[in-house]
Design a protein around this ligand. Structure first.
Ligand code: ZN
Length: 465
């Protein structure tokens, strides 16, 4: 068969799309494995992955082996982001992927889907620590990343359909270095219409685009989904998605309720770039997030990296992920606070579930104590006080040297004087904890400010002190 260049391009794209769908279907089948089959799948993948990392990366060879043998997992040292980045030139499994090569690729990136060496998609992720990480993905790894989208849709009964086509709206961070953006631009499909919205757009612009598009699936950040639900309640948006999924930030109970009230119960997703995107996601039972154990193993640990009992919320988790062997992630410390259970779920799936994801990403606020010294105020104290306060839509708390500012998108039906009463209530709550409250200011805003550097994830309680 003689194909011209553009026909060849189309044929290749079609093959790639079919490969993603078959990857997704394989993932759905693995969701059905019983515990024993899952354990043996994990053990096999795990051993092969550790051997691969030790053979391909000098850095991991040093970490993983003793006397020429791969160590048992619990004897492998914990890996921090800082350490991984300090050893970048030896940490990847392709010696061409040096810091210099990655730096220069990122500095000269153009277009929506640039490839390094014609092969690698390079993503960047920054934690609250301020250390940014490069994560290069090869073609096979990337296919596994984007297959998570159709996999979730198929698994929850929203699989691709020829007529009428599914209409998928994705709210993503705004550039090719971010996973949500790159996944959206590489996951276009002829049997699924999609709309990408930039997370930094204003809520009213986003509502207007969604209104025109009329999605039946919406994927986005919980704080924005809640803000959009407020728009719908106020009569400025009229969409009727049958499925909503929320990720990248903490899904607070009030946000879940706001979305459920106007549309459907959202599916909470826990994703990290280091795990190649989706690490855990809710099923129809909405009773915890099923871990994607066919590609990941997690250990929940305390502040000293010792394991905590099942069901207990840890200080951090250690992630081992073999989805992307280009950048081996082995006992990699992530400062998210989760609890897991291996009790079977009513949906029938045997994977472990994250049952508590509440301590994620928010900052603890350190204030002067009445009795002298300092006191740590958990972010929950702010969230519990402000959430649901009459007059408050979405909000954010920022602690700076000159005091605490609460930015609030007012609710449509704000009662007179609500803001002064809220400031007073917060002051009283901080007093009751033994803190000397700094000045508290309530700022009315139309949108909440998002950081440009960390995938535009909104931290509801943030310390800048
Ligand atoms: Zn389930």
């Amino acid at each position: 068969m003689n194909l011209n260049l553009s026909e060849r391009g189309v044929a290749m794209k079609t093959r790639q799309r079919l490969a993603v769908v078959s990857e997704a279907r394989a993932g759905v089948r693995r969701e059905q494995l019983d515990r024993r089959a899952l354990d043996s799948h994990q053990a096999e993948q795990f051993a092969a992955f550790l051997a691969y990392a030790a053979a391909r990366s000098p850095f991991h060879h040093r970490r993983l082996t003793a006397n020429g043998q791969i160590k048992p997992l619990e004897e492998i040292p914990v890996l921090t982001r800082t350490e991984m980045m300090a050893n970048l030139d030896e940490a990847t499994s392709d010696r061409r992927l040096t810091r210099a090569a990655l730096d220069s690729h990122v500095a000269s990136m153009t277009g929506e889907d640039p490839l390094l060496f014609g092969e690698y998609r390079v993503l960047m992720t920054g934690g609250t620590s301020g250390v940014t990480t490069y994560l290069p993905f090869d073609q096979a790894s990337w296919r596994r990343v984007i297959a998570a989208y159709p996999q979730a849709l198929i698994s929850l009964g929203f699989g691709p359909r020829l007529f009428p086509r599914r209409r998928l709206a994705l709210i993503t961070a705004g550039g090719p270095l971010h996973m949500t953006y790159r996944a959206a631009v590489t996951n276009r499909s002829p049997i699924m219409a999609s709309l990408r919205l930039d997370v930094t757009a204003s809520v009213s612009d986003m509502a207007a685009s969604l209104d025109r598009f009329q999605p039946d699936v919406v994927v986005g950040y919980p704080s924005l989904l809640a803000a959009l639900a407020d728009e719908q309640r106020a009569g400025r948006l009229a969409i009727h998605p049958g499925m909503v999924s929320a990720g990248s930030e903490q899904l607070r109970p009030a946000m879940r309720d706001a979305v459920t009230d106007v549309w459907v119960a959202p599916f909470n997703v826990y994703a990290t770039t280091e795990a190649g995107g989706v690490l855990a996601m809710e099923c129809r039972e909405h009773r915890g997030l099923h871990l994607r154990e066919d590609f990941n193993h997690i250990e929940v640990v305390d502040a000293h990296d010792n394991p905590v009992p099942e069901g207990t919320t840890g200080a951090a988790l250690l992630l081992t992920s073999w989805l992307n062997p280009v950048m081996p992630i082995i006992r990699y410390r992530i400062d998210d606070q989760v609890a897991i259970t291996s009790e079977p779920c009513r949906c029938g799936r045997a994977t472990k579930r994250i049952i508590d994801l509440t301590g994620r990403v928010e900052d603890t606020i350190r204030l002067d104590a009445v009795s002298g010294g300092r006191i740590d105020v958990h972010p929950n104290h702010f969230e519990e006080t402000i959430e649901g306060w009459p007059g408050v839509g979405q909000f954010q708390v920022v602690h700076r040297a000159d005091g605490i500012t609460v930015s609030v998108v007012p609710a449509p039906d704000s009662p007179e004087g609500w803001d002064a009463r809220l400031a007073k209530e917060l002051d009283a709550r901080l007093h009751s904890l033994g803190a000397k409250p700094p000045s508290i200011r309530i700022d009315l805003v139309s949108d909440l400010a998002r950081p440009a550097t960390t995938g535009a994830k909104l931290r509801i309680v943030r310390s800048e002190v």
